[in-house]
Design a protein around this ligand. Structure first.
Ligand code: HEM
Length: 415
């Protein structure tokens, strides 16, 4: 490695811990300080990476995917921590192969196909609410934010609804390890879970080859990429990413939002009754919660990011929340302002890898907020409780204890 890169790194050095134990807001405060003093900086933690903090730099890199940057490995340390056989598909592949996958996936998540799921999503939401509505109290993450996207995902994929608890356990372990355990213990748990997931997916694939249906699993089995059908390893890398991308993200947006409304109960009514309308309010919550944290690697001889010329092989890492809290575009960025003037947020990413599930995610959020509002017109954090949060490769909230005036069951079946 040339002397120049060491000089460049040390000139811009400011260490950064993506796995810090700070709260999300404390971490964002630190990012705000970096944005002011060292918007593009080099962190030596782990295997080292560059950290971006401004909307312009982050959107600039995302726009240049395939032209100077690749998305493999999508991890700040350049490691395969999530258990893919080769690379997570499609998030860690680029170029023509990526385009072919998107041509298969995009129609399966089109607005029309996703809209057909709405009645099932309403059923699923109400069945979950039925389980706690009479109690007057619940832990919202365990009883709604986690199972709701899981139930949606199983319906979409055509996988058995009763597999929901293990699916949620798998995704939580891969994303967040074991709460309170050492990194080694968490990695051992991740490896065990990935083996279980693989056995499960391979059995499902075998079954669906015998018994094709009109579901996402069957469509992926029948798709041809580069002139051939996908191997079991490729299907695993695809379904693993879909589980990780589809479950934890919606869960995080719901959990962060309910922690916010629990702290500021008056804002719950404002979300629905304000002049901007519910859809604008959901976009503002997406801006504010933005859980995903992509990483890219420079493949051109060099790439200009901010005012730093990064040579080939350097990794850039950027919480999308950092872009979404940039005061250049969002005045008073840490406040939730439901009628904020429109400026597209980056919660779903940008460019070639922009989220496949964007219509599904918006539908899930719309249904979840509407049904909870109908059945829990008021709620607040349980007295003395404070939600536990985590950072990492997807930011979120582990528990949100809420209390509310008890309601009545509507007699729906559990999803
Ligand atoms: C609020 C919920 C969601 C958020 C905030 C979100 C966010 C994102 C982001 C930021 C990316 C791009 C990451 C990158 O550039 O490295 C992405 C990609 C992706 N998301 Fe989502 N997502 C959500 C829900 C979903 C759902 C429900 C699904 C489907 C079940 C899904 C499937 C995917 C897939 C397959 C990709 C990879 C796209 C590609 O690489 O071309 N997402 N998502």
């Amino acid at each position: 490695m040339s002397q120049d890169i060491f000089e460049l790194r040390s000139r811009h050095r400011r260490d950064y811990d993506p796995y810090s134990k700070a709260s999300i807001q404390e971490h964002l405060d630190e990012i705000a300080d970096r944005r002011r003093r060292s918007p593009v900086s080099y962190s030596t933690r782990g295997n080292g990476c560059w950290v971006l903090t401004t909307y312009d730099d982050i959107s600039g890199v995302l726009r240049r995917n395939n032209r100077g940057f690749v998305s493999f490995p999508n991890d700040p340390d350049g490691l395969n921590v999530q258990g893919a056989r080769a690379a997570l598909i499609p998030i860690e592949i680029d170029g023509e192969r990526h385009r072919q996958f998107r041509r298969v996936l995009d129609p399966l998540f089109s607005p029309g196909r996703v809209a057909a799921l709405e009645p099932r999503l309403r059923e699923a939401a109400n069945a979950l609410i039925d389980e706690f509505v009479e109690e007057g109290a619940c832990e919202f993450v365990e009883h709604f934010a986690m199972p709701f996207p899981g139930a949606t995902f199983l319906a979409l994929m055509g996988w058995p609804a009763e597999d929901l608890p293990r699916l949620n356990r798998w995704v939580a372990t891969v994303h967040h390890g074991v709460p309170g355990a050492t990194e080694e213990e968490s990695n051992a748990a991740r490896a065990a879970v990935v083996t279980e997931m693989r056995d499960y997916v391979v059995a499902l694939i075998a079954d669906r080859r015998e018994n094709p249906r009109d579901d996402v699993t069957t469509h992926c089995l029948q798709a041809e990429i580069e002139g051939r059908r996908l191997s079991d390893d490729e299907l695993f890398d695809l379904f693993l990413l879909m589980m990780l991308a589809g479950l934890d993200t919606v869960q995080s947006v719901l959990a962060q939002s309910f922690a916010f409304f629990g702290r500021y109960p008056g804002r719950w009514a404002e979300m629905f009754d304000g002049p901007a309308g519910v859809e604008a309010a959901i976009e503002e919550l997406l801006r504010w919660t933005a859980p995903a944290i992509p990483t890219r690697t420079v493949t051109d001889e060099s790439a200009l990011v901010g005012d730093v010329e990064l040579p080939r092989g350097e990794r850039v890492h950027f919480p999308l929340a950092a872009a979404n809290r940039d005061p250049k575009y969002y005045p008073d960025p840490d406040s939730i302002v439901f009628d904020r003037p429109a400026k597209p947020h980056l919660a779903f990413g940008m460019g070639t890898h922009r989220c496949v599930g964007v219509h599904l995610a918006r539908l899930e959020l719309r249904v979840a907020f509407a049904e909870i509002r109908r059945r829990l017109p008021e709620f607040a954090l349980a007295p003395g409780s404070e939600p536990d949060e985590h950072l990492g490769l997807s930011w979120g909230v582990e528990n949100v204890h809420i209390v509310f005036p008890p309601g009545r069951r509507e007699g729906r079946d559990r999803p």
